[in-house]
Every structure is written in C-alpha cells, then in structure tokens.
Design a binder for this molecule. Sequence first.
Ligand code: NI
Length: 153
Amino acid sequence: MAVLDLRFDGDPVLRAVCDPVTAFDDALNTLVADMFATMYDAPGRGLAAPQVGVASRVFVTDVTWKEGDRTPIAFVNPTVVARADETATGTEACLSIPDRAFDVDRPVWVAARWQDLSGAVQEARLAGPQAICFCHELDHLDGVLITDHGVEQ
Ligand code: NI
C-alpha cells in the first residue's frame, strides 16, 4: 500500500466527470488499497479517486475510525436510487480544500447502490454521517465540490 499525493482545489481532475469502472482487477484493488492508506494518513473519513488524480467512479469511506471503530467501505460505480425529501445542514470539510469548512444541505438518508471490489452489486440505506459522506464523495465523481453548494463558515 502506498500513500498517494492528494490533489487540491484548482486541479482540473477535481472537475472531471469520472469514468465508470469496468475492470474489477488487480489494478482496482491496488488503487483502493492505496486510497484507504491515503485517507487514513490524511487523516480523513472519505476519499474519492479524483482526489488522487484518477478520474474513475470509485471512493472509499470510513466514517467511524476516528472514534476507534474501523468500518471501511469501497464504493465502485455508486449511485443514489432513492433519497429522503428531508434534508439537514451539517458541517463538511474536504481533504482537497484544506483548512476550510462549509455548511452543506444533504438528504437525511439515501438508498445507495454500488459495486464491491468483486463487481457484485451492493445496496444499503445510509443515514446520518454515512449518508453525508456518501453524498460528498459521490459529488466528487461528478466534479462537484463543497465550494459549489456549501456556505463557508
Ligand atoms: Ni471531499
């Protein structure tokens, strides 16, 4: 595993609409392992492939590790299949936008669908911090940053 160089706001790769992953191979496994290493090193709770210069639809999250319980998930080709009408405003930061914080509205839950590293389709209803993190990272795959729709604190 390797800690990769982070890309920062202003880098064009952060504005790319990322390409679907089609090969569930060793290269994908290596990318994801390196992304987890980079996320934990940063330290962050989520990291999307464009943040390490790869315009592919993959991100990793672990929303609990800072509280001592590791729950790593790799999301490949993630989508939202349903979402709550109700939204809540929370504070978000981004490893690509250091030392800034934004208030962002997100749905209070999302029904997510994605593929795991074997290519198998997974589905889950995510709520709270998991929903926030999923939506934040999914935005990255479409070139959207919290500077676009958040209110800076
Ligand atoms: Ni981010």
